[in-house]
Design a protein around this ligand. Structure first.
Ligand code: HEC
Ligand code: HEC
Length: 464
């Protein structure tokens, strides 16, 4: 009898201990950086990838060239040194032939992934000048009127434009951001996916997923970082084949999976091109002694997350849980709390075939490589911090700040956009860090350094 009771008590104790051990493992999970394993990627030809990006038809519906010409002046820069009609349009458009043989002008990746900086175009630098803050106004009665005229007088041209008109009508009214300079590409992807059958990719007039309200504002990472990363996107949720994510813009106008297959066949080359891009070098002089001091401080305080640089450099590929990084939560929560989007993707055409991709969300953010960090202001995934000085000293971060988009000026002292702080925010022109998604909190790892140490670290960051 006694023995039996003992056994029961003993087993209970063992169970309780096991439970405790188990919950502590679970708790640990949200508290430790998580390593991202590499996945198999396609090989390709970077030259072909570049040509495809800057002249190719990864969108096959666009504004008919004859109409585009009427409303857009000739582009005199020809930054990409292109020939033919491509030489006459902005670098962010390609002139291509639609399936019904109409010449159309299509927006390209460079809308978001290229920026003119000090007079030079950098392909792969995230565009922080895009204005999504007034986008709903672009979808106005005048454009409806134009579409009607086009349909009546040039039905073939209209047919070539219809898929992109449909997408724009559906997405533009919901893509508005609070301020210029941040992107609502997440919202774009969410809405487009909701209007596509996951298997056939055909356009569905009625959305099949719930579309979350609100817009998650983001900055745009530089393309030259991708060669070091084992997962794509700020949240590190892009796993498996990168090419499939790179071609995702194709769902703006894709007709069916036959078209998607054809476009997909170029994306090994596009990936090879993206991996071939190197960050631009800091153009001004660097104080060598100070940057050597900064390197030592960086190695002690930052390298465990951001890696080491130079010929023997290594990058740890870590996801940092929200409980440690404490930066704005809207983006990772958006991915976590929109399981329909994740499910759509993971059962879609993109997750199948020879090069499957998948989404695997995480409660936190990837610690990015810092190559070329001097040119990629503003900082953090939502672009809430104007310069490196305040990134490394959270007390210095402005709550409401403005930068001059018309006459942009870069502050080479503090490394970032020259800005001025204001007391009262104004919609569209002021970055308001008190709004959901726009917070400049977290990443306080530089706070414990002295002013002199921060200055040295910034000098070192200029060399990356
Ligand atoms: C409307 C703007 C927009 C367009 C057009 C666009 N992207 Fe992006 N792209 C983004 C944003 C925003 C992100 C950041 C999302 C994130 O990392 O969570 C991004 C991220 C990326 C990344 C970086 C991934 C990483 O983790 O380092 C690559 C590479 C990329 N896009 C390639 C492309 C290619 C190739 C095209 C064209 C076929 C394209 N994008 C078109 C907005 C855009
Ligand atoms: C515990 C890991 C960790 C440590 C330590 C750390 N960082 Fe970071 N860092 C991150 C993560 C994660 C992000 C991305 C956060 C986000 O965008 O929300 C980031 C972002 C940054 C960025 C902005 C990147 C961009 O493109 O906007 C810079 C610059 C940076 N860190 C520099 C440093 C420096 C310098 C140190 C040392 C003083 C440091 N970090 C220490 C994890 C870390």
């Amino acid at each position: 009898m006694y023995r039996k009771q003992h056994t029961i008590i003993l087993s209970l104790a063992v169970i309780v201990l096991l439970c405790l051990a188990f919950t502590s493992i679970l708790n640990d999970e949200g508290k430790k950086p998580v390593h991202i394993p590499p996945s198999v990627q396609r090989n390709g030809d970077s030259k072909k990838g570049y040509t495809y990006l800057t002249t190719g038809d990864y969108l096959k519906s666009g504004i008919p060239y004859s109409y585009y010409k009427l409303f857009n002046p000739k582009d005199h820069h020809n930054y990409l040194n292109r020939s033919g009609k491509n030489a006459l349009v902005s670098y962010a458009y390609n002139v291509v032939t639609a399936p019904n043989k109409v010449t159309v002008v299509v927006p390209t990746c460079l809308q978001c992934h290229a920026q003119v900086f000090d007079g030079k175009l950098y392909v792969g630098l995230g565009n922080t000048f895009h204005d999504f803050s007034n986008i709903a106004a672009a979808n106005n009665p005048v454009s409806d009127f134009m579409a009607n005229v086009m349909q009546t007088i040039t039905p073939k041209q209209y047919a070539a434009a219809l898929p992109i008109f449909n997408s724009f009508d559906t997405v533009l009214p919901s893509m508005q951001t609070e301020v210029r300079g941040v992107s609502s590409a997440y919202k774009l992807a969410t809405i487009l996916v909701a209007h596509r059958d996951p298997q056939t990719l055909v356009w569905l007039k009625k959305p099949i997923l719930d579309i979350p309200k609100g817009v998650i504002p983001t900055d745009i990472p530089a393309w030259w970082l991708l060669k070091k990363k084992n997962a794509m996107f700020y949240n590190g949720f892009g796993r498996g084949d990168f090419g499939k994510f790179l071609m995702l813009s194709n769902i703006l106008t894709v007709k069916d999976t036959a078209e998607a297959e054809e476009v997909n066949s170029h994306f090994g080359d596009v990936l090879a091109y993206i991996k071939s891009i190197n960050p631009p070098k800091y153009p001004k002089s660097i104080d060598e002694t100070l940057s050597t001091q900064g390197k030592a401080i960086f190695v002690n305080n930052c390298s465990r997350c951001h890696g080491t640089y130079g010929s023997n450099g290594s990058y740890p590929n870590l996801l940092i849980p929200a409980s440690i990084i404490k930066t704005d939560s809207l983006l990772y929560k958006g991915n976590q709390q929109n399981p329909q989007f994740i499910e759509w993707f993971n059962k879609s055409w993109f997750a199948q075939g020879d090069n499957p991709a998948r989404l695997q969300p995480f409660e936190g953010y990837i610690a990015p490589p810092l190559d070329g960090i001097w040119i990629t202001a503003p900082y953090l995934h939502n672009g809430s911090v104007p310069n490196l000085e305040s990134l490394l000293n959270s007390k210095e971060r402005p709550t409401y700040w403005k930068r001059n988009f018309k006459k942009p000026s870069y502050d080479y002292e503090r490394i970032g956009w020259a800005y001025h702080a204001v007391d009262k925010p104004e919609r569209r022109t002021t970055y308001n860090t008190t709004l959901p998604g726009y917070s400049n909190s977290g990443h306080t790892f530089g706070d414990k350094l002295t002013d002199a140490e921060r200055k040295a670290v910034i000098e070192y960051l200029k060399t990356l």
